[in-house]
Write a protein that binds this ligand. Structure first.
Ligand code: URA
Length: 227
């Protein structure tokens, strides 16, 4: 059953939860559209991340997009601008989509976690990987977005989004680019654009190669779209 998280007292999610084995139920209490869902999500207090952030960064894009891309969580820029993928990772994503022949306006983009998780280093806000409990707390929003948009193809960007939808046994390096069926949708897992931005030659990572591989995965997703 879809229930808006956070109607009760804020709870801490710092303790480990078995989120990946525990898919959310179907959305029986689904709002009529994404605007109504966004309005509900704006007040989410289901985990502690809402406390130090600007607000819930909800998905964006056409309400009936054929492709939905799921990232990890908003970054610093996304939190400030209250929109997903508008910072450096978003710019790289735009470039790759362009190269793969997918218009960003054709795709709905969202995140597994809708508040920025960070720690302070001086005045800077440094990204922290979301915990299982954050993903679990946010999952009803993602499920409801998917139920409303009903995309043909889902693209998970990075390990967090892959695990959020495919379970904790998901392994990005072994499984990226391999399409599978997930809840009647085609799903293609791929790497996160931030991984390309962080490419480290000392670890044998070549930025151009990683970008080309990312574009190849996007093309796989594009090939699964129907008219
Ligand atoms: N990284 C993500 O996973 N999502 C964003 O919205 C921005 C950066």
């Amino acid at each position: 059953m879809f229930s808006a998280p956070g109607s009760g007292h804020p709870r801490s999610v710092t303790e480990p939860l078995d989120v990946f084995g525990d898919a959310a139920d179907t959305a029986t209490d689904l709002p009529p559209d994404l605007d109504a869902l966004r309005a509900r999500a704006a007040g989410c207090t289901a985990c502690e991340l809402y406390r130090d952030t600007t607000g819930t960064v909800f998905g964006s894009g056409p309400p009936r997009a054929r492709l939905v891309m799921v990232g990890e969580q908003p970054g610093d820029q996304e939190d400030r601008q209250q929109a997903p993928f508008v910072g450096p990772a978003g710019r790289l994503l735009d470039e790759a989509l362009d190269e793969a022949g997918i218009a960003r306006d054709d795709a709905y983009v969202t995140n597994a976690v809708k508040h920025f998780n960070f720690r302070y280093q001086g005045k800077r806000r440094i990204h922290e990987t979301p915990k299982a409990g954050h993903i679990k707390a946010c999952r009803p929003w993602l499920d409801a977005e998917l139920a409303l948009v009903e995309p043909q193809v889902l693209l998970t960007l990075g390990a967090t989004a892959g695990k959020a939808l495919l379970g904790s046994s998901f392994r990005i390096t072994a499984e990226r680019g391999e399409p599978r069926t997930w809840n009647d949708m085609a799903l293609v897992p791929t790497i996160h654009p931030s991984a390309i931005l962080r490419a480290d030659p000392a670890r044998g990572q070549d930025r151009d190669e990683m970008f080309a591989g990312f574009v190849a995965d996007l093309r796989v997703a594009r090939g699964l779209l129907r008219d």
